[in-house]
Every structure is written in structure tokens, then in C-alpha cells.
Design a protein around this ligand. Structure first.
Ligand SMILES: [Zn+2]
Length: 639
């Protein structure tokens, strides 16, 4: 196996996403003033002041979080890592609880020395089998980097003010790019030596192709470009935290807006000022980031960053053109249903939804329903759930100093999947937990291979379809109106993944393949593309052109967003099947979870018999499923 695959995990740690922007308008039934609803916001969260009858305001979904401030000095001594023990027959993965996990800084020098030794062996008469063994051991040992990264980011998420772990997380990232250079140099030497056929005997044509790209890409200049990218990402998060607006001669952060007690018109006008200031700073950073990514793609031998990212960074088996075709189908068939859903809430549904969105301690209080759901899905899911509970393999926290959002990680040295989840309150804590538990379940069964090799798009079916299959359980402890409100809200969330997944991909495809030199041009591109999805200037409280700054993936993971759209389509198809035959839907879901992680996204769908998201018929089918489930809107037809 090509060592390049060792690096992939960093890119694809599930970022519980949710797309869109905090400041989108939803009609409240029976009231003229809109309230804020839905979606993902980087902190600080721009929540407008609700008028008395609108209270309570819905919580937004969790957002990915600011990278903590780097610190040059460790604030705590690392403790030694326990020696991994063999997995017991009872559970399939490592038997460590959270308390057993301790961070140890990787021995970078030892890893470098291992690489140096292999290079020496290539010319000192060592036989090929011995070199192959050394190469395989190195491949295992490099997992220490992934493990350390997972742990340091976890500890850093638990307390974002912990300077030691945030510095360690950054340091490991930097080391990754240096090791990419060293490993590539070594692999090129192996390739050019007489030992190639033995050492690379299991390499596929794709592995060799990646090596050819890596050879061009990874060098000192790459490390320099990559370091600059990291700096830009940090500057993005700094801007998110530190941008201010001016009111009566004083500077305020967005978090201070609520305390100003201004009327509604002033409130939104100040919010717009904030976004204008943020957009001006973030836009300049983005222009530089685009330039650097283009240089990286050019180094790798690609004319176009978009193509490079799809193929090399995400190993996708569909093209940017396929994604644009999906976007056209989404505009044609899905946008209207989204609009209909937004304005479909009855007063009772709305009131019930607001209560559900403000309920507290839901994961704990609804445990019996999560338990019942787990039993319904499969004995293996029950096993994974028992494992999670017995070994405490999740951190659920509502601490102010913990990172927002949620993700599931994997620590290869411990052979351990792990969930991190920040509770915002509201029923969505449950859906977020169920989402992450879908990843956990998949990694529990498939281990490191599923965590490391499975395509991002397939991974997100494991989580998103899990959320959708859980839907009927909300009926068990909610009144019918509340349940209907929740179902509509979840369908808005699903269509939002579909629509924004396409919208942001289209935006990124455009800006990464054109010469854009001003922030205003970026904003205008975003306005134009948004309007093509039926999004008007009135749909946001702030200038439509500023809205993109809230989506951190633009910085942290360009070209990632389309995976939200491609994976929600098969997930909705599983939901569609469940409306007629729930058992069959669950069977298909379990097949996805157990699918061969080496298969590509399209191969997996084909093997399981799910439709391609690039086929208009599939989009029509899933939109109609949303119509059937909610009773809102009209069926669509291909053509
Ligand atoms: Zn996910």
C-alpha cells in the first residue's frame, strides 16, 4: 500500500457539517417578522434578538470550530502512552477507555531515522524482502502521527484554551508536510531501484500514479506553501473571533450585539456592518489562499486546482463536471421543495419545534429511545453501542471552553473509534449524536481500514442515513405536531445539505478556476450563484454577498462541500425505501456500513443497488420522498 494513504485521514476527519448560514430567514406562521433559523455558524454565533412573541429562538446546528491559538511553549508534560494490548474476542476494537488515553509527542527523529535506514538499505546490498519488511514497519509506525494528531485535537477540543494541545496539534500538522517530503523522496528511490517489484508488489496503478504526482508536489516549496495555508486558516479564525462593528463611536464584537438593546432595524443594520467588516478581511485572506492552492495544483502537474483536489485530495471517482450537472438537477427539482418546506409550518408545528429545539439534556433523557433504535438496526450496532458505553468512547460536553461541533475520530495505535460532541441543547443533540454514532458503528465494524480508506461520500451515508432512519423515534416522546415540525426541520436540513453542497462546490469551482482579484468580485460570484438556486437578497439579514464567509470549509477544506450533497442523496433514498419497507431500508443501510472500504463511492452504490446522485431520476425520487414524508409541496417528474 502506498504510504500516501497514511495522510488521508487528516483531510477527512468527519466535520459534522451542516451548511448554509446563520442569517437565513424563515417565515414564522401567523407572524410578519421573520426569525432566524437553521444552520451552521462559526462562533461567535450571530443570533438576532428575538422579539418577545418569537422567543425562543431556534438553536443553530453545531459548527466546526476555530482553531485554537497556537502557543510556542508546552504547558504540561506529556505522559507516556500505554502499550496497546490485543483486542478481546468480546469486542472487535481496542479495549481502552477515555481514561487510558494519554498523549505522547511522536518521536519524529526516530521516524526520520527509519526512513534514512531504508534509503541506506537500497544501496548497501540488503535483499529486497528485508527492505519490504522495513517499509511495512515504517507504514505502521507512521500511524503514530495519526494517533497523536487525533489525541491532541481531542484534548484541544475538550478545552480550547489549553495551549499545550493546540500547539501540539499544529506542530503535528507541520511535521506531516515534512514527512510527506521525506516519504516521497524515499518512495521515489525505491521505485528507481532494483527492489521496486518486491517492495511495491501490492501497489495498484493508482498508487503509482499518486507517487508520480507526489514526486512533483512534495518538496521544500510545498512545505513553505503549506505553512502559509495554515497561517491563513488561523487568520480566518482570528477574524471570526476579533472582528468588530462600530456603534455610537464604540467597537463591539458580534457576541456583544445582543447586549446593546437596540431596535430590530438597528440590530440587523449593525449585524450587516459586522459582516461587511468580516467579509473585507476574510475576502483578502481567501484571495491569497486561492492563489496558493493554485500553485500547489500547478506543482502537482494540474492545470486546475479543482481537478487536482477532486482526484488527489479526495480520491473521487466523479468529476467536477459531474458535480456541476448534479447542481443543475438540484436547481431544477429540489429548490422549490425547500422553499415550500420553509413556509409550511403550522402554528402548532412551529411552537412544538421551538420547544424541541430548546429542550435540554436530550441525549441522556432520551436514552431509552436511542437504545430501542440501536436494537432495531442490528445486533452489531448493539454491540458497537455497548462497546461505546462500556469503554466511555465519547465526550459529550456543553462547556463554554470546549470546541463547537462534533466529529468521530479514530486512533490507529489503540485501534479505537471515538466521538466528540458539543451539546447545544435541543433535540438536535440527539440527531447529531446519532449522526456521529453512524460513523462510530462503521469504524467499529471496519476498524482502521474503514476510517482510513473509505471514501468520504460513503462515510457520510453511514452517518446521514442513520439520522434519517432515527426519525420515527421522535414520535415516541413528542406530540404529533411537534413530531411533524421536527420531521420538516430535518428535511430542510437534508435539502440544505443537498442545495448548499452544490452551491458551495459551484462557488469554489468558479473562484478556483478563474482569475479573481478583488473581494467584491468574490462576493458578486457568490450572489450570482446563490440567485441561481432561488436564493434572493431577502433570504438573509445581511448582504447576500457576505454570507460565504461563515462556511469554514472554504478555508479548511476547499472542495469538500460537494460530498454533503452526494452523500445525502443515497441517504434520502434509504429513507424513501423505509417509507414502504423499513426492514429493507435497514438491510441496505447495514450493507453500506459493511461495504468494502477500498471501493469507490460509485462502486459502492452500484454494488448495493442504490441510485447514482448524478442521475436525474435519483434526484427526482428523493425529492418526491421528501414530499411524501412531509405532505408538503408537489411531486416532480424528470424532464
Ligand atoms: Zn459525518
Amino acid at each position: 500500500m502506498n504510504l500516501r494513504r497514511v495522510w488521508i485521514l487528516l483531510l477527512v476527519v468527519c466535520m459534522l457539517l451542516s451548511s448554509g448560514c446563520a442569517v437565513r430567514v424563515v417565515e414564522k406562521p401567523g407572524a410578519s417578522a421573520p426569525v432566524i433559523a437553521v444552520q451552521d455558524t462559526p462562533s461567535p454565533e450571530p443570533t438576532p434578538e428575538p422579539s418577545p412573541e418569537q422567543s425562543p429562538t431556534p438553536e443553530s446546528t453545531p459548527s466546526p470550530t476555530p482553531t485554537p491559538e497556537p502557543s510556542p511553549m508546552p504547558s504540561a508534560e506529556p505522559t507516556p502512552e500505554p502499550t496497546p494490548e490485543p483486542v478481546s474476542a468480546e469486542y472487535r476494537r481496542g479495549l481502552y477507555s477515555f481514561d487510558d488515553l494519554s498523549y505522547e509527542r511522536p518521536d519524529y527523529d526516530a521516524l526520520s531515522a527509519e526512513i534514512e535506514d531504508i534509503r541506506t538499505m537500497l544501496t548497501d546490498g540488503t535483499d529486497s524482502e528485508t527492505i519490504r519488511d522495513a517499509y511495512d514497519i515504517l507504514s505502521e509506525d507512521l500511524n503514530v502521527l495519526n494517533n497523536a494528531y487525533s489525541l491532541a485535537s481531542l484534548f484541544s477540543a475538550i478545552d480550547v484554551n489549553d495551549e499545550y494541545y493546540s500547539a501540539e496539534t499544529e506542530a503535528i500538522m507541520e511535521k506531516f508536510s515534512e514527512f510527506q517530503v521525506l516519504v516521497t523522496e524515499m518512495e521515489v528511490e525505491i521505485y528507481e531501484s532494483e527492489h521496486r517489484d518486491v517492495v511495491f508488489s501490492d501497489w495498484t496503478e493508482e498508487d503509482f500514479e499518486y507517487l508520480r504526482i507526489a514526486e512533483k508536489l512534495y518538496d521544500e516549496e510545498y512545505v513553505r506553501l503549506n505553512t502559509r495555508l495554515e497561517e491563513l486558516i488561523n487568520a480566518y479564525w482570528d477574524a471570526q473571533s476579533n472582528t468588530t462593528f462600530t456603534y455610537r463611536g464604540e467597537e463591539y464584537t458580534l457576541a456583544e450585539l445582543d447586549g446593546l438593546n437596540v431596535n430590530e432595524t438597528t440590530y440587523y443594520s449593525l449585524m450587516n456592518d459586522y459582516y461587511r467588516n468580516l467579509n473585507a478581511v476574510v475576502g483578502e485572506l481567501y484571495l491569497e489562499l486561492i492563489g496558493i492552492e493554485k500553485q500547489i495544483a500547478a506543482k502537482a502537474g494540474y492545470d486546475n486546482y479543482v481537478e487536482f483536489s477532486y482526484v488527489y485530495e479526495y480520491s473521487r471517482d466523479y468529476s467536477p463536471a459531474d458535480a456541476l450537472a448534479l447542481a443543475e438537477a438540484v436547481k431544477k427539482y429540489a429548490v422549490k421543495e425547500m422553499e415550500d418546506l420553509y413556509s409550511s409550518f403550522t402554528s402548532m408545528e412551529y411552537t412544538g419545534l421551538m420547544q424541541a429545539l430548546n429542550a435540554t439534556d436530550q441525549i441522556f433523557r432520551r436514552k431509552e429511545h436511542i437504545d430501542a433504535y440501536v436494537d432495531e438496526i442490528s445486533p452489531e450496532m448493539r454491540e458497537a453501542y455497548n462497546y461505546l458505553m462500556e469503554y466511555q468512547l465519547s465526550i459529550l460536553t456543553d462547556s463554554d471552553t470546549s470546541q463547537a461541533g462534533a466529529y468521530t475520530t479514530y486512533m490507529p495505535v489503540y485501534d479505537l473509534p471515538f466521538i466528540y460532541l458539543h451539546e447545544n441543547g435541543g433535540y438536535m443533540d440527539i440527531s447529531n449524536f446519532v449522526h456521529e454514532f453512524g460513523h462510530f458503528y462503521c469504524h467499529y465494524l471496519g476498524g482502521w481500514d474503514s476510517a482510513n480508506l473509505m471514501s468520504l461520500d460513503v462515510k457520510e451515508i453511514c452517518s446521514q442515513a442513520n439520522e434519517l432512519l432515527f426519525l420515527p423515534y421522535y414520535h415516541r416522546y413528542n406530540k404529533l405536531d411537534t413530531y411533524n415540525g421536527i420531521v420538516k426541520y430535518q428535511m430542510i436540513d437534508a435539502l440544505d445539505s443537498l442545495i448548499n453542497g452544490c452551491l458551495y462546490d459551484e462557488f469554489q469551482q468558479y473562484v478556483f478556476s478563474h482569475d479573481i482579484s478583488t473581494v467584491e468580485e468574490l462576493n458578486e460570484v457568490f450572489r450570482t450563484i446563490s440567485r441561481s438556486y432561488g436564493i434572493g437578497d431577502d433570504d438573509y439579514y445581511v448582504d447576500l454577498g457576505y454570507v460565504w464567509v461563515d462556511v469554514m470549509h472554504n478555508f479548511e477544506a476547499p472542495m469538500y462541500y460537494i460530498s454533503y450533497a452526494t452523500s445525502i442523496v443515497p441517504s434520502l433514498e434509504i429513507l424513501e425505501i423505509s417509507l414502504e419497507d423499513r426492514e429493507e431500508a435497514i438491510r441496505i443501510y447495514n450493507e453500506v456500513v459493511r461495504s468494502d472500504p477500498e471501493l469507490t463511492f460509485s462502486e459502492t452504490l452500484e454494488e448495493i443497488g442504490l441510485g447514482s446522485p448524478f442521475d436525474e431520476e435519483t434526484i427526482v425520487k428523493v425529492v418526491n420522498a421528501v414530499v411524501d414524508l412531509t405532505g408538503v409541496g408537489k411531486h416532480v417528474k424528470v424532464g
